[in-house]
Design a protein around this ligand. Structure first.
Ligand SMILES: O=c1ccn([C@@H]2O[C@H](COP(=O)(O)OP(=O)(O)O[C@H]3O[C@H](CO)[C@@H](O)[C@H](O)[C@H]3O)[C@@H](O)[C@H]2O)c(=O)[nH]1
Length: 487
């Protein structure tokens, strides 16, 4: 048996596209082992991961391998004080996981040959393990090409800009192959020109240690950025690994029962409903939930809105508070919007909703999976980024791809009801909104072409899997090329 091992980092947003890629590898004759991080990893809950895995249709050639819980004595978590950077605890956690990953890879190698190890871009600590066991290691980006360009450019940026980023406000930062990004829109992790920044730059420059960077995107969507990466404009003095776009990888989940919101959508006119959903972790404070409700009500548009309880602390990654959602919405909101709006608590089947013909627009936090799902469904977006790289995603969506309009005010702490009303109306009623929705439909066709036979992403998957299977064929001559050295 021969296998490719996939190592996603925390959260369903990273696990889902890798799992989808696994299905492609299997359809090209490879088997796949997917590593699942131990419970209590940062940015993730065991229940959301387990729910996701239980919803994946079982396949004899795809297996999930759960790493054991890290003993408290070895665990870098929980941190006694909040970190200035949310990613540092994740990096420490992933380093602590290395011995268990090594054991797992050795165990898999007892029965299979490991042809390649695909590491999420947060998992660069695992390069040590791959080198030790002589397994070819690749990077897999669950996000865009431009985040890869940005990661590769971080050391240059560090030398070019000596001010603290947080003092630069809206100053445009020029990154290769991208529209100018306001300094305030760079991920919060690099808002300080200090040791944390250096840690990040050192982490991401290790992407160059990979044999290739596999990206959940497609060439037409990010042509300019991909060209900049492959021309070596992001790296100074280092060779850029080959970049392979294999997307869009969209996870179709089959629910046991059809969600009630789909039955509600069945009753709405074609293209009439604005869908609001903020990823697997997005939560708003109570006041913001009220503003959204008032804005939606005043917009007079149809809506389907996924709402979560506000976090129990100031930290939006905190666990859910126990507030009753009905108490958070304005009095009488349900009655006044009955028939025209639906509020869903916690989770809706987003892919099915976006592909429902009643859905006409999508208010999104700009997580990359959500972006690709909207692109594949041909649905235009209203961009309301929250955290991570989402503000950068917003800039590219609005300025470069022109598939979204910006919801204003999120940077100032609150999006007002007036802004929600104005933006939703503009999107659904104005000529500009109609043009945006038409562009989204055109991009849907481009996305479908990329993954169909002969399309750019399809050809890339054929080439990659061919290379991995070529190793197989060569092994007939030299049986130990990438066999793990145990002990
Ligand atoms: O009610 C919901 C909410 C979410 N989803 C699904 O959950 C996934 C969410 O993924 P994504 O849109 O990428 O958001 P996050 O979960 O926030 O993803 C993390 O990972 C992404 C990929 O690296 C980054 O782009 C984001 O910034 C980061 O927050 C998507 O497949 C959605 O369809 C649902 O099906 N229903």
């Amino acid at each position: 048996m021969d296998t490719v091992v996939l190592f996603p980092s925390s959260g369903v947003g990273h696990l889902a596209p890798m799992t989808e890629f696994a299905k492609h590898l299997v359809s090209h004759g490879l088997s796949v082992s997917i590593v699942v991080l131990p419970p209590f990893s940062p940015f993730s809950t065991a229940s959301s991961v387990n729910n996701f895995i239980s919803g994946v249709t079982s396949h004899p050639s795809i297996s999930f391998h759960h790493l054991p819980p890290i003993p408290v004595s070895h665990s870098p978590l929980p941190s006694p004080k909040p970190s200035r950077s949310p990613l540092l605890p994740l990096f420490l956690f992933l380093r602590a996981v290395n011995p268990y990953l090594r054991d797992l890879l050795r165990s898999i190698s007892q029965t299979s040959k490991i042809r390649a190890l695909l590491l999420d871009f947060f998992c660069t600590e695992a390069f040590h393990v791959a080198a030790e066991l002589q397994i070819p290691a690749y990077i897999f980006s669950a996000s865009s090409s431009f985040i890869i360009a940005y990661f590769l450019y971080l050391p240059t940026l560090y030398n070019e800009i000596t001010e603290h980023f947080q003092d630069l406000g809206e100053t445009p930062i020029h990154l290769p192959g991208m529209p100018p990004i306001p300094a305030s829109h760079l991920p919060s992790a690099v808002q300080m020109h200090d040791d944390i920044y250096r840690t990040y730059a050192n982490h991401f420059v290790r992407l160059t240690e990979s044999k290739g960077i596999i990206i959940n995107s497609f060439e037409h969507l990010e042509a300019r950025t991909l060209k900049a990466i492959s021309q070596g404009l992001c790296l100074q003095g280092r060779v850029t690994p080959p970049v392979h776009c294999v997307g869009p990888l969209i996870t179709g989940r089959v629910a046991a029962e059809r969600h009630e919101c789909l039955a509600w959508l069945d009753k709405q006119p074609k293209g009439s409903v604005v869908f609001l959903c903020f990823g697997s972790m997005g939560r708003f404070p109570a006041e913001q939930i009220k503003e959204i409700a008032i804005g939606l009500e005043r917009s007079k548009q149809r809506f389907l809105w996924v709402v979560r309880s506000p976090p129990d602390t100031d930290n939006m990654f905190g666990s859910a508070g126990d507030a009753d959602l009905d108490c958070l919405l304005p009095a009488g909101f349900g009655d006044r919007t009955e028939g025209r709006g639906m509020v869903v608590k916690d989770w809706a089947p987003q892919v099915e909703v976006l592909n429902h013909e009643a859905t006409g627009g999508f208010v999104t936090h700009c997580g990359w999976n959500s972006v690709l799902e909207a692109v594949c469904a041909g649905v235009g977006m209203i961009a309301w980024p929250l955290y991570a790289e989402q503000k950068m995603n917003k800039v590219v969506l609005v300025e470069e791809m022109k598939l979204a309009v910006e919801m204003k005010g999120y940077g100032k702490g609150m999006v007002t009801a007036e802004e929600v009303e104005t933006r939703v109306r503009w999107f659904m009623e104005s000529d500009g909104g109609t043009e945006l929705r038409e562009r989204a439909k055109e991009m849907k066709d481009r996305a479908a072409a990329a993954v169909s036979d002969g399309g750019s992403s399809h050809a890339t998957v054929v080439k990659l899997t061919g290379e991995w299977k070529k190793v197989l064929a060569d092994d007939d001559d030299d049986d130990d090329i990438v066999q793990i050295q145990c002990g």
